[in-house]
Design a binder for this molecule. Structure first.
Ligand SMILES: [Zn+2]
Length: 328
């Protein structure tokens, strides 16, 4: 496939801006208000309910002391066991009945909820054009058009739902307000991607739920509205937070999951990585195992200008999970 026209620009910009970005990183932190402005206690943020595994993307130097939703080794073991069980369940169902064959290509309906405090841009009122640009970014990324492997997935915007509710703005990760927002707004079945856009708590760029066998009203992705293409989140405004969070929604872990040992992110063609990479640290190599750190992978934490690919192994893992969890 051809490269996205601005790919070379993006890659070059990521490399060239690394030094400058180091100088500017303190300033970039100020994009989202400090966590202390929000009501969620640290214990609420960090204690993820067992039934709502989710994962997040955070800016370097954020206020949050640690990533609120990085999975523990135990959570990964549970998720991998559940995936195996879901696949067995589907296989026995197919053998005994007329279930549909596994899908090889998938168009995902997308419902976008724009959470606003008021009608101002600062209050969350972003234009429709940013949302349609975000859908284009998803389609290019998942088609492999930016330089990575093609995946099975395409995205079709079916609805933009604008909601003005100061009680849901900012969206506070793990809060009862997040739960009531999603319970009120979520639409569609397991195959429908619900995206919630707004200002976010804890310096977060976004978070997402992993697939589950039983549909949960929390299912979906939450994305900082100003991270959409053309937004104001410096270094994170080309739409790749959306790409990253949808990757979790399709069952991908971070490339740095598990560090240098063990099965890492459960994908064999993403080299192991000791910790998240930020900015665009070309040549970073934190593990003695083969391969440089996958800093250009959408499932790392680098700048949008730096990340442009999924691997074939990630594409395969997402399709397997789709057929296990989200296919009709
Ligand atoms: Zn993440």
């Amino acid at each position: 496939m051809g490269l996205r026209p601005n790919l070379l620009t993006r890659r070059a910009a990521g490399v060239a801006s690394t030094t400058l970005a180091l100088l500017l990183s303190t300033a970039a932190v100020g994009v989202v208000p400090a966590a202390s402005a929000f009501s969620a206690a640290p214990s609420e943020v960090c204690a993820e309910p067992a039934d709502v595994h989710s994962d997040a993307r955070i800016k370097k130097g954020g206020i949050a002391k640690h990533e609120p939703n990085e999975l523990t080794a135990k959570q990964v073991r549970e998720r991998e066991a559940d995936l195996a069980a879901a696949l067995r369940e589907r296989a026995s169902f197919r053998a005994g009945a007329q279930a549909a064959a596994p899908l090889a290509s998938v168009t995902i309906p997308v419902v976008v909820h724009v959470i606003q405090r008021d009608s101002t841009r600062a209050g969350g009122n972003i234009p429709d054009s940013m949302i349609t640009s975000q859908i284009s970014v998803l389609n290019q990324a998942y088609a492999g058009a930016t330089g990575g492997a093609a995946t099975a997935f395409g995205f079709q915007l079916t609805k933009i739902n604008r909601v003005t509710n100061p009680a849901w703005y900012p969206i506070v990760q793990g809060s009862s307000a997040e739960r009531s927002m999603k319970t009120s707004l979520r639409e569609g079945g397991k195959n429908t991607l619900n995206v919630y856009l707004g200002e976010l708590s804890d310096d977060l760029l976004g978070w997402a739920t992993f697939p589950q066998r039983k549909l949960n009203s929390m299912d979906g992705v939450v994305v900082l509205s100003e991270s959409l293409p053309g937004g104001t989140a410096a270094n994170y405004n080309q739409g790749d937070t959306g790409t990253h969070e949808v990757g979790h929604w399709l069952n991908l872990y971070h490339t740095f999951q598990g560090g240098c040992s063990g099965s890492g992110d459960s994908v064999s063609d993403t080299p192991a990585e000791a910790s998240p990479a930020f900015q665009c640290p070309t040549g970073r190599d934190t593990c003695t195992t083969a391969g440089l750190d996958p800093i250009t992978n959408f499932m790392d934490y680098t700048y949008d200008s730096c990340m442009y690919q999924f691997t074939a192994g990630q594409a395969s893992r997402m399709l397997t999970a789709w057929n296990a969890y989200r296919a009709a």
